[in-house]
Design a protein. Structure first.
Length: 222
């Protein structure tokens, strides 16, 4: 079912708080058709000219969702997080409307488990994920950090001293540090894929991949 959903399918976004508004706005910038729903007339008015459609409605009512044609959407985002009861009820309504892909924001693990059990395909923990990301970045050497579910991470960072001035073959980075240098960016040049002969200089940025713990150890090298 997932594979059959067009990559440019319209998206239903419920809730125009910070997370929902950011999601709707980015989807609009990606030229995706968006129907945004919120109870607040003020928020709907604010976003009415920034997304395809913005409507004031109570998404806790399945009849209201039906009147707006919610069942015609293949993808929906439940961005309501402040009220767990509302989040759960809205998600249940979308499940009842048989929307194939439902993304739902959770504010706690228990909230997320409930959303999964009632049928949300993807549960998002934006505050927790942002906190984890910042925790990795405060060391100062990492510039961007993405961690995946299986403890695999992709990081943009400054190169530690042990690999500077050497080719990746000479530094033997994969064997010694258990990470892979995926790409290198020299000043004034675009990122390029790294090869065995790539020499990393003091002024370069690198993209590395590997287990989160291994990358942390690699980043801590002086």
């Amino acid at each position: 079912m997932v594979d059959r959903i067009p990559h440019n399918a319209p998206v239903l976004v419920i809730g125009l708080g910070r997370f929902g508004a950011a999601t709707a706005g980015q989807l609009d910038r990606l030229d995706r058709e968006v129907l945004a729903i919120d109870e607040s007339a003020l928020l709907v008015q604010k976003w009415s000219e920034r997304v395809t459609h913005a409507v004031q409605a109570d998404a806790r009512s399945i009849d209201a969702l039906r009147q707006l044609g919610a069942e015609d959407f293949s993808v929906a985002v439940v961005a309501v997080g402040s009220s767990i009861e509302a989040s759960v009820l809205i998600t249940a309504n979308l499940v009842d409307l048989k929307i194939p892909q439902i993304w739902a924001k959770a504010i706690s693990q228990s909230h997320g488990k409930i959303l999964e059990r009632i049928g949300a395909n993807h549960v998002i923990y934006p505050e927790a994920e942002a906190g984890e990301r910042v925790a990795h970045l405060v060391s100062g050497r990492m510039l961007d950090y993405i961690q995946f579910d299986d403890d695999f991470a992709l990081v943009k960072m400054y190169p530690p001293k042990p690999i500077r001035g050497l080719s990746l073959t000479q530094s033997d980075v994969r064997r010694k540090f258990k990470i892979t240098v995926v790409g290198v960016k020299s000043p004034g040049k675009p990122f390029t894929y790294a090869t065995a002969d790539t020499v990393v200089s003091n002024h370069d940025l690198i993209i590395v991949s590997g287990a989160a713990a291994d990358i942390e150890r690699f980043a801590s090298l002086i």
